[in-house]
Write a protein that binds this ligand. Structure first.
Ligand code: KG4
Ligand code: ZN
Length: 347
């Protein structure tokens, strides 16, 4: 089965061509316009998607060597995400599918992240625990078999990546905060300051990161901190201590979930999966409970259309090809196993 997959839920405009579970081509166009605003501006994102969608899809098609007429279906993200951005991808997908008389399949963006590890040669085994950590989400999921999964817990306030971004902003380190904190932390002392680790006791799989951010804010006030240029060692120590607190919580809960559900595989996705300390620490801790952590390459960790394609493939294997031309954007789409509406036409 040849699939065109489209992802436009936030600020990445991406298209991928898949043949069953094999990725044939991928194009990701990241919108740089947002960096000067310190975050994604929804109105600018949808306008940029309008300009990018046609060239991105044409480029991906060209790289794959497929012809339009040979495509069997279109997979597209319909939520969660920014309404205006989702509309651009969905409208294109529906028009493209209608013109060729092929099905259009809606994919939950989070399910894309969930299965992104399967884009690599070395794949997790079922059942596995998925840790999705990005700027918008932090969640732990128990995946029993393809498209049979249960949400174990998620953040009650800030997402892990959001905490990195907010702390970097407090420190005057720019946006996005994750990569720069990751780098600064390498030469800092992680024990210099003690930041809170929420919900560490008991067997809750919920997260909370806003307390860590507030602690950093109070510390900076106490230190009369003004800018990162004055005391580089201090900044490195704060970065290392903050990062250690976040990673401790992520690793501890993920490994606990793997033990509880006897999962031998852990799949990590989302932008924070690029974090070096998370990678090292989770790999080490997983080993101790006879589990293995799978980190897809960063291209597949952050938003991309290949993950939408692989999720659509798993969905197709489980439910058959279910097309829905009435598909609408659902900005707050919850993370629940798919339940098809009777109006959907099975093809
Ligand atoms: O998945 P992603 O590209 O976009 C969404 O949020 O959907 O994730 C971006 C987030 C940002 O918050 C960024 O600061 C964080 O991932 N991030 C990192 C690292 N690289 C990116 N966080 C920690 N360490 C990193 N190396
Ligand atoms: Zn995402």
């Amino acid at each position: 089965m040849k699939l065109l997959a489209i992802e436009t839920s936030c600020d990445e405009c991406s298209a991928a061509l898949m043949e069953d579970e094999d990725l044939k081509s991928i194009v990701i166009s990241s919108q740089l316009v947002h960096s000067e605003y310190g975050g994604v501006v929804p109105e600018l994102a949808s306008r940029a998607h309008m300009e990018l969608i046609v060239p991105v899809i044409e480029k991906a098609l060209g790289k794959s060597g497929f012809v339009k007429e040979g495509i069997d279906g279109v997979a597209v993200t319909y939520g969660p995400g920014l309404a205006g951005s989702l509309i651009v991808g969905l409208s294109f997908a529906k028009a493209f599918a209608s013109s060729l008389g092929i099905p259009v399949v809606g994919v939950n963006h989070m399910e894309g992240h969930l299965y992104s590890a399967f884009l690599e040669k070395e794949k997790p085994d079922f059942p596995f625990i998925a840790l999705i950590v990005s700027g918008g989400h932090t969640m732990l999921v128990h995946v029993k078999e393809p498209f049979s999964h249960e949400l174990l817990g998620q953040t009650r306030d800030d997402a892990a990546g959001e905490a990195f971004d907010k702390v970097a902003k407090l420190l005057g380190l720019g946006y996005p905060g994750g990569p720069v904190i990751d780098k600064m932390a390498r030469e800092g002392n992680p024990d210099a300051f003690r930041f809170p680790r929420a919900f560490m006791n008991g067997d809750s799989f919920e997260f909370s990161f806003s307390g860590i951010k507030t602690s950093v804010l109070y510390l900076l006030r106490e230190l009369k901190y003004t800018s990162p240029d004055k005391d580089e060692k201090l900044v490195r120590d704060i970065c290392a201590s903050f990062q250690r607190a976040v990673i401790d919580v992520l690793v501890e809960k993920t490994v606990r979930a793997a033990e509880k559900f006897s999962a031998r595989s852990i799949a990590v996705a989302g932008g924070v999966a690029a974090n070096r300390e998370l990678r090292n620490s989770l790999q080490e801790r997983a080993c101790l409970v006879n589990a293995k952590a799978y980190f897809p390459r960063s291209l597949y960790c952050t938003d991309n259309a290949a993950m939408i394609g692989i999720a659509a493939y798993f969905k197709y294997r489980k439910f058959g090809m279910v097309s829905d031309l009435t598909l609408k954007p659902v900005p707050n789409l919850p993370f629940v196993p798919e339940i098809y509406q009777p109006s959907a036409e099975s093809l």
